[in-house]
Design a protein around this ligand. Structure first.
Ligand SMILES: Cc1cc2nc3c(=O)[nH]c(=O)nc-3n(C[C@H](O)[C@H](O)[C@H](O)COP(=O)(O)OP(=O)(O)OC[C@H]3O[C@@H](n4cnc5c(N)ncnc54)[C@H](O)[C@@H]3O)c2cc1C
Length: 307
């Protein structure tokens, strides 16, 4: 979607030299329904037709915005028109636009770093950000006015597959730790691995992990074939709620098998994994929204098959 001028950010971003942030969620509105978003991008047309855009609002859960390497933020904002500017977009979902805000930027104020179940991720964590009269120009728009939802959808699909891949990594490591622990530790005269209850936890975890892998691989393969992210939308929605749930269960069982050692993050990674997977059921859209997408699509298909 970017212009050649905007592409200057992409190469250093891909090299890992700089970071970016995506500012969509807002504290004041239920942001799982993005039509609620209130941050305003006001277009002004001044003398000689000179156009400027001014950004005002408040965002939170802006992951990575406080990372000192963060060089730009993509901000989703509702269009407003002032000083003779009028809405010319014909886009169906055209109320919102994404703007590229170079960082640091006058008017972008970090209010605080949000903690995650008490974990302090700052300065690389999740920022609450005020946007106060941030001055921008046409060159800052991504794909033009009113393209916000289209651009967001294109970006979120592949990102959600990555979330699932990371979740699978955490579950795989947890299962490995569970196997090691159960073969080293004894209770009531037997290794944990010899107790039926522990074997059941291992077997259930293998099933959850393999199911998560298959669903994610299937979705990624579809994405490769169809190329257009929106054509894989239902599969992405399916893995986005199913995989965090399945992998969370694996980590939860590993914690149980580790006993007291499992709930502290001082010696083992399991507690930290649990926090990450629990928050993933909210980050990038809560479970309920993705379940809705899957259910509506299946109901529609079923209805059409009966016509
Ligand atoms: C670790 C983490 C990182 C994040 N990173 C970012 C980021 O980088 N950028 C960004 O913009 N945001 C980010 N977020 C925010 C995240 O995307 C939002 O929290 C999420 O989309 C939900 O929005 P909300 O918090 O406003 O919840 P709400 O919209 O208020 O929803 C709350 C609850 O309402 C219920 N609900 C909502 N809709 C329905 C429905 N259709 N049917 C049934 N129940 C429903 C669900 O139980 C849902 O969990 C992050 C969040 C976390 C936890």
């Amino acid at each position: 979607f970017g212009t050649p001028q905007q592409e200057q950010y992409l190469v250093p971003l891909l090299r890992g030299e700089i970071r970016s942030a995506f500012l969509m969620t807002e504290p004041e509105v239920a942001s799982s329904d993005p039509t609620n978003l209130q941050t305003k991008l006001t277009k002004h047309v001044g003398a000689h037709g000179r156009t400027k855009y001014v950004l005002n609002g408040r965002k939170w859960w802006s992951t990575g915005a406080m990372d000192p390497r963060c060089r730009f933020a993509l901000v989703v904002a509702r269009m407003e028109y002032a000083d003779g500017a009028t809405n010319t977009t014909t886009n169906k979902h055209g109320a919102h636009t994404i703007v590229l805000v170079p960082m640091p930027q006058p008017g972008v104020v970090f209010e605080r770093a949000l903690t995650l179940f008490g974990y302090d991720d700052a300065p690389n964590g999740h920022a609450e950000v005020s946007l106060k009269e941030v001055q921008l120009s046409k060159e800052n728009l991504i794909a033009g006015e009113g393209s916000g939802f289209r651009v967001s959808q294109a970006r979120l699909g592949p990102g959600r597959i990555h979330h699932c891949m990371r979740a699978i990594g955490m579950a795989a490591r947890s299962l490995e730790l569970m196997l090691e622990r159960s073969m080293e530790r004894q209770a009531f005269g037997k290794y944990l691995a010899e107790h039926g209850g522990c074997q059941e936890m291992i077997a259930d975890s293998v099933a959850d992990l393999e199911s998560a892998r298959c669903l994610t691989l299937n979705c990624a393969a579809t994405m490769d074939v169809v190329k257009e992210p929106k054509l894989a939308r239902n599969q992405v929605a399916l893995i986005k709620y199913a995989v965090p749930d399945m992998t969370y269960r694996v980590v939860d069982r590993a914690i149980q098998l580790f006993g007291g050692a499992g709930v502290s993050d001082q010696d083992h990674c399991l507690a930290r994994f649990l926090v990450g997977l629990r928050s993933l059921r909210i980050a990038d859209g809560p479970d309920a929204v993705h379940k809705r997408t899957v259910a509506v699509s299946f109901l529609k298909k079923f209805h059409q098959s009966r016509l």
